[in-house]
Design a protein around this ligand. Structure first.
Ligand SMILES: C[S@@+](CC[C@H](N)C(=O)[O-])C[C@H]1O[C@@H](n2cnc3c(N)ncnc32)[C@H](O)[C@@H]1O
Length: 306
């Protein structure tokens, strides 16, 4: 590895000491002058970076394996890993492009960086965007590069596909010089992922192996605040009310197995019904990504804890 230096911060002595110990435990090359500052590889709708402080008092102090089955950008995972709290983990998501990207960051980070270093091919320009959006490469490194490029340059960093499975978010019109490639963060994330199991699968399958003392954090697509059809439409694809009920069952089952379980969801009466008997905290959240320009203000969300 040629980037022995991660990120130095002279004002953060305790943090460095903890991380230095952590590196030794994980046998990651590093020394006490450096600490790890990991950022998600993609920005993702519902990302939890803005809630880390509010959540921190609710994380279990110690746990065995960490599971995050609705990974998205993985803000909570990267936060806990940076604090040295994660020693063993499994991360997953149903989105195969997102999981391919994280697998490539883990196993072929230098090839990915080399590919994204082509500033002409990956230029923040509407025509280039349309070409890359229409192109669907088979090679996993090219797919990962495309995913990062589209995430940086599309409208609000959204991920949405049409019925044919084609990515259909429009161009984002950001300043020409936005950063598409953050090689330092990709290399740091790659190191972090070396000991992590990464799978593209459904949440219920993902947590089958969770045992007593493990910590499972769920961040599913939220129950909508207003859509009444959501509660009656049993035929809709995607994450409808049946999926929310299935998730609540899995939550209960993990609780009975002796896992620490935490879930973020919206603040609607259905949550109190589904999670009766569990602690439900109201958390004030600021939304960073929303297709609704009025949705950028604060909203109350639920944090369910066992
Ligand atoms: C709200 S986002 C997660 C945000 C993430 N925690 C973050 O910090 O960026 C929800 C994620 O759930 C995934 N998802 C939807 N249905 C799923 C399922 N049945 N099993 C696993 N993941 C699913 C979506 O692909 C999406 O990435």
């Amino acid at each position: 590895m040629n980037d022995k230096k991660i990120t130095s911060n002279k004002n953060n002595g305790n943090f460095q000491t903890r991380l230095s110990k952590f590196y030794k435990e994980l046998k990651i090359e590093g020394d006490s002058d450096f600490y790890l500052s990991l950022k998600p590889v993609v920005k993702w709708a519902g990302g939890k970076r803005g809630l880390l402080e509010k959540y921190s008092q609710h994380f279990p102090k110690k746990f065995n394996k960490y599971f995050e089955p609705f990974f998205g950008g993985g803000a909570i995972f990267f936060h806990l890993f940076s604090l040295g709290k994660i020693t063993e983990a499994k991360i997953s998501d149903i989105n195969e492009e997102l999981i391919n990207l994280h697998k490539i960051v883990k196993t072929e980070v230098e090839n990915l960086i080399e590919e994204l270093s082509d500033n002409e091919k990956y230029k923040n320009d509407k025509d280039v965007f349309k070409t890359i959006r229409a192109d669907e490469p088979k090679d996993p490194v090219l797919r990962a590069a495309r995913m990062i490029y589209l995430n940086r340059t599309c409208y609000n960093g959204l991920y949405r596909v049409n019925k044919q499975g084609k990515f259909n978010v429009p161009f984002g019109r950001y300043p020409d010089n936005i950063q598409i490639l953050n090689a330092e963060n990709l290399r740091n994330v790659s190191k972090c992922l070396q000991s992590v199991e990464i799978t593209a699968e459904d949440f219920e399958v993902s947590v089958k192996g969770a045992k007593e003392g493990d910590f499972v954090y769920f961040d599913p697509p939220y129950i909508p605040l207003t859509d009444t059809a959501y509660f009656t439409d049993y035929t809709s694809e995607g994450f409808g009310i049946k999926e929310q009920e299935r998730l609540a069952k899995v939550f209960k089952d993990l609780d009975e197995r002796g896992c620490y379980v935490m879930e973020s969801n919206s603040n609607v009466p259905k949550i109190a019904e589904l999670y009766e008997g569990f602690e439900i905290k109201n958390v004030h959240a600021k939304r960073f990504i929303s297709s609704d320009p009025n949705g950028r203000g604060g909203v109350l969300e639920s944090l369910i804890i066992n």
